[in-house]
Design a protein around this ligand. Structure first.
Ligand SMILES: Nc1ncnc2c1ncn2[C@@H]1O[C@H](COP(=O)(O)OP(=O)(O)OP(=O)(O)O)[C@@H](O)[C@H]1O
Ligand SMILES: [Mg+2]
Length: 352
């Protein structure tokens, strides 16, 4: 029995008043008429008046409690409920059931939800601040370079044939880098806001991989990396957005070249049939990734210490884009790596 329910509180209070009344009655009647209780009427009078007092007290208490306290709680409950279901939704309150228990549960739930929301907002705020910090940091280097070259050229360098072309070329490179960073950021923000629509078609994944390998051939030669495509002539049909998957392959193969083994690097690309899916694996024998960095390499702007030592060129955006694209296809991407042995990136696509 819940004591704080109006009907129980009213009962208790009415009982206390009635008992007090009976005691008072008995006391006063015995004092005034010593033989009063020998009469049957005295008992009857006591019984009837006690009952009337009990009922009046009970209903009076109950009405007051419900009217003034319960109605207020109901209003609070209604407000909480309306906030939860939104302005358009109607708060559904059934008068039966234990309102106080419901309010308590509702407030506790609400508190938990709000705590979670606040946590999430705090995390987002940190993320946003980090993101802006990272973007400005990334943009700063090429911008400062451009500023330096242009100033030197304006300060007389333009007339100096030993540096004028070279500085213009370097300026062009820095501008290219800026354009690439902005392109990647644009890409990520589109992927993250879900604005990007996939153009799903059926295509030959092996033929596409061959194209990407040919495109990266020069870079691979420069880094002395040998790229091996397993079964390059056997078509493997998949479903996906061909241009986006081209990006995925380019980013992963590009990494295998960039972070490959400088003395005899090798990248192997293989395809595995998994009933409904095709698993593509790109394995290199490069610098490898520390276990602690493995999950973080898919975060935007994340670069490993080894990666930074290997090259200053990375932006840390390639794999974030890969992850977004693969997840937009409702597929998975994973990585395994051993320091000094190499790294394997794998992603799945639906078979067509
Ligand atoms: N095959 C790999 N072997 C070793 N480390 C790798 C490999 N691929 C990625 N990494 C590490 O993961 C980090 C993130 O890779 P990601 O492709 O996202 O960025 P990036 O290569 O630095 O720059 P970009 O945005 O130009 O691709 C790299 O900086 C590198 O430290
Ligand atoms: Mg990369």
């Amino acid at each position: 029995m819940k004591l704080y329910e109006p009907r129980n509180l009213a009962f208790l209070n009415a009982a206390v008043i009635t008992v007090s009344y009976i005691l008072l009655f008995v006391l006063s009647v015995t004092v005034i008429f010593s033989d009063a209780f020998t009469h049957y009427y005295t008992f009857l009078a006591l019984l009837v008046s006690a009952m009337v007092i009990f009922l009046v007290a009970y209903f009076n208490f109950r009405y007051t409690l419900e009217k003034f306290i319960y109605d207020k709680i109901r209003l609070i409950y209604k407000s909480i409920h309306s906030v939860k279901v939104g302005k358009k939704g109607k708060a559904q309150i059934r008068p039966d059931g234990n309102l106080i228990d419901k309010v308590q549960a509702e407030v506790e739930n609400w508190e938990k939800e709000k705590e979670l929301e606040i946590e999430q907002l705090k995390r987002l705020e940190v993320y946003r601040r980090e993101f802006i910090g990272n973007v400005s940091h990334e943009l700063k280097t090429p911008l400062f370079n451009i500023q330096g070259y242009v100033s030197t050229l304006l300060d007389g360098g333009l007339e100096d044939p030993t540096i004028n072309r070279e500085y213009l070329k370097r300026t062009e490179k820095s501008i290219e880098r800026l354009v690439k960073i902005i392109g990647d950021l644009d890409e990520i923000s589109q992927l993250e806001s879900g604005q990007l629509r996939l153009n799903i078609i059926r295509f030959d994944l092996v033929a596409l991989t061959r194209e990407v390998v040919e495109f990266l051939e020069m870079k691979a030669q420069k880094h002395e990396i040998y790229i091996l495509l397993i079964d390059p002539e056997k078509p493997v049909m998949v479903e996906g957005d061909k241009d986006r998957i081209r990006q995925v392959l380019t980013n992963i193969i590009d990494n295998s070249i960039r972070y490959g083994n400088p003395d005899g690097g090798k990248t192997k690309i293989s395809f595995f049939d998994l009933d409904e899916h095709i698993l593509t694996e790109i394995t290199d024998n490069g610098i490898g990734i520390d276990p602690g960095d493995l999950l973080r390499v898919f975060e935007r702007f994340y670069r490993t210490e080894r990666g930074r030592v290997a090259t200053r060129k990375g932006k840390g955006l390639g794999l974030a884009i890969v992850k977004h694209i693969i997840e937009a296809h409702m597929q998975t991407v994973n990585v395994r790596s051993t320091i000094g042995v190499g790294t394997t990136f794998g992603f799945t696509l639906k078979k067509a």
